[in-house]
Design a protein around this ligand. Sequence first.
Ligand SMILES: Nc1ncnc2c1ncn2[C@@H]1O[C@H](COP(=O)(O)OP(=O)(O)OP(=O)(O)O)[C@@H](O)[C@H]1O
Length: 446
Amino acid sequence: MPSDARQYSGVAERGADGRWIVSVNRVGEPRAGTEERTEDMSTTFTDGRVHDDVMAALGHVMDPELGRTIVDLGMVSGVDVARSASAPSDPLQASDSAPDPAENPAQAPDPSAPAWDVTVHLELTVPGCPLSDTIRRRITAALAGYPGGRLNVTIDTSTMSQGKLEALVARLKAERRANPFTRADSKTRIFAIASGKGGVGKSSVTANLAATFAAMGYDTAAIDADIYGFSLPRLFGITDRPTNLNGMLVPPEAWGVRLMSIGVFAGSDRAILWRGPRLQRSLEQFLTDVWWGEPDVLLLDLAPGTGDMTISVAQTLPNAELVVVTTPQPSASEVAVRAGLVALQMPLQVDGVVENMSYFDHKGERLRLFGEGGGERVARTLTDELGYDVPLLGQLPLVPELRETTEGGRPAVLDENGALADSDVARSFESIARALLAHEPGRAAA
Ligand SMILES: Nc1ncnc2c1ncn2[C@@H]1O[C@H](COP(=O)(O)OP(=O)(O)OP(=O)(O)O)[C@@H](O)[C@H]1O
């Protein structure tokens, strides 16, 4: 191996997304447009600098439940850094089969680079936190590829003291104020999924649409506002209860969607006979007693019809946008129009109509088992009555897999890895999701 093969100079900076940006030049062969630096990295990276770099990297590690960084939440109580006694500084350890650093500088093992023993003192908010493995993995990933040398990372895990936890929850509650979604600066798009009657697939559409947004990379939350006929926990395969952080509930998450439903509480199988103010209070509690962070998208699965819950939503979340689900036959589309017309009395905008079970694909032939035209009819009537364009956003096929997979705890639009499946139904949902995001909110009020 040529003796100069591993003489590189480098500049390492933390990018805005938390990843390392490393510019490396081979000494004596500067590339056009890059500055040649010959400093010895082992002296540039001191204990203090490594400590600061590690803290900066941890400042990008998100707590999976609270959606804040672990540094911001006070979960990193300290970082110890020391030169490792076992630093592999012998260049002879390098072999010819080692990757060429010039080809991939960020992953280049530099045998002359020092190693550092780094201990991250991590304090979990609750003992035995089920997500501690995820946090540990995120920490390890954030510290991988450090340009100043090899980091031997140990994560020392303990639980936050009661006093510190109380102070944290008090801080989060104060920040969250009453209803985080009505703040003028809220970036969350709220889509309330409505239908005129039961059984048209409103909950299936909500679950699959939420999973689609999450798979597209949007921070997604969902509320089962169908208090009497909740079904989202089953459709997401959620059996976990919310985490109770000193009276603040952290919703369980599945398939990238944070979900709140009466169904995630014990004793939820008992009949609920709430009406009026009590019902509205339940929605308010879902919004104010739950830590949602700041999702990009919040979906609400409304009860069928034009009942109390729709009124509650309109009062509690005046910036919600309505999506009406119908099937093609007149018996469904007529009542679906009524569900959309609540927007005449409430400050709700109707974004569009989704027609479900539109056709069954039989060997390439589209069989219209439930007739046709329902979605178009609802969209046209709502456009006429509301005085603004209410488009037909999509027509979804009748697919047995949608029932089987979704009822089995995985939204049918996802493959086993949680990515969008390569299927017509997934593509239809993606197109509906894109159309909703492209739709400008606030038009109804104009
Ligand atoms: N496109 C579809 N293809 C096949 N099955 C579907 C489709 N959409 C919904 N289903 C099935 O139809 C049934 C009713 O769907 P879902 O529960 O989503 O309707 P809903 O309108 O929310 O009803 P409710 O308000 O009464 O809960 C479920 O078994 C569901 O799996």
